[in-house]
Design a protein around this ligand. Structure first.
Ligand SMILES: O=C(O)CCC(=O)C(=O)O
Ligand SMILES: [Fe+2]
Length: 258
């Protein structure tokens, strides 16, 4: 079901800035080292109709961070499933994707996300399916992803799940990266120097819709250490799962191609 992402053009930015060899052992070691952490993670508020605590970013409407949404056990299960599926057996693989019906281990997280009342505006929240595409990215310490706005072929309403390591994701006004393309600024981002760092930790879920998805670019610096204010994050191997919905026209084109 999953395959490696061969075509950056088609499916979005896969522009890892330092892609040396990835050893799947790294992921496993990280997973094992977290196996006994379960008791450290507070129970998330995931029962239906209750809103888990979220961090909002006043400059970036539509950006919500649900810290620690996944318990340590849920995180371990996800990492185990990713390892067991063998997506990253080849040393050079650092990305795997799936279209259409998502695998059960991802759907379990989608169930949690679907039950967060205000994660997205209603028209996004109630679409069926909520997501039909997932990308799993593996970052070695020092890897990053260039600042980008997710491609227009994806609908609004995107979620990023973080596993195994913390990192800082930086948001910058999108017109800064679109300048060369001649895009005009219709953005909600008014200060061109504005860089908003968002620390993503294992178990966190980041949701982007509206201005957060279209007016701001997100990226992860290629560095082994993030320094955000007083905090120093030494990166370990990080796994992320990005969930999106393809626009209908893309799905039709894909069917026509096959
Ligand atoms: O890996 C991440 O945390 C971000 C991934 C991302 O932005 C993307 O795949 O478009
Ligand atoms: Fe992205």
């Amino acid at each position: 079901m999953y395959e490696e992402l061969p075509d950056e053009e088609l499916f979005g930015p896969g522009d890892f800035s330092d892609s040396g060899e990835l050893e799947v052992d790294n992921i496993m070691n990280e997973a094992e080292s977290h196996e006994n952490d379960a008791q450290l993670t507070p129970d998330p508020l995931i029962s239906s109709n209750s809103e888990p605590q979220k961090t909002v970013f006043p400059s970036i409407p539509g950006l919500f961070l649900y810290k620690n949404l996944l318990t340590q056990e849920q995180q371990n299960k996800l990492v185990d499933a990713i390892i067991n599926e063998g997506y990253f057996e080849r040393p050079e693989s650092n990305q795997a994707m799936c279209f259409g019906t998502l695998p059960p281990f991802i759907m379990r997280v989608v169930d949690i996300i679907e039950n967060i009342p205000s994660i997205f505006p209603d028209e996004i929240k109630h679409r069926k399916p909520l997501f039909d595409q997932s990308i799993i990215n593996v970052y070695k310490p020092g890897d990053g992803i260039n600042s980008h706005v997710d491609l227009d072929r994806f609908e609004d309403g995107i979620v990023i799940i973080s596993l195994l390591s913390a990192c800082a994701m930086k948001f910058i006004p999108a017109y800064l990266i679109n300048k060369e393309l001649g895009y005009s600024d219709t953005s909600t981002a008014t200060n061109p120097n504005e860089v908003i760092p968002v620390i993503l930790r294992p178990g966190d879920v980041l949701a982007m819709s509206g201005p957060a998805r279209y007016d701001w670019a997100h990226g992860i610096e290629a560095t082994k250490i993030d320094i955000i204010g007083d905090e120093r994050i030494v990166r370990k191997v990080r796994v992320s799962i990005t969930l999106r919905k393809m626009k209908e026209i893309q799905v039709l084109n894909q069917c026509a191609d096959n």
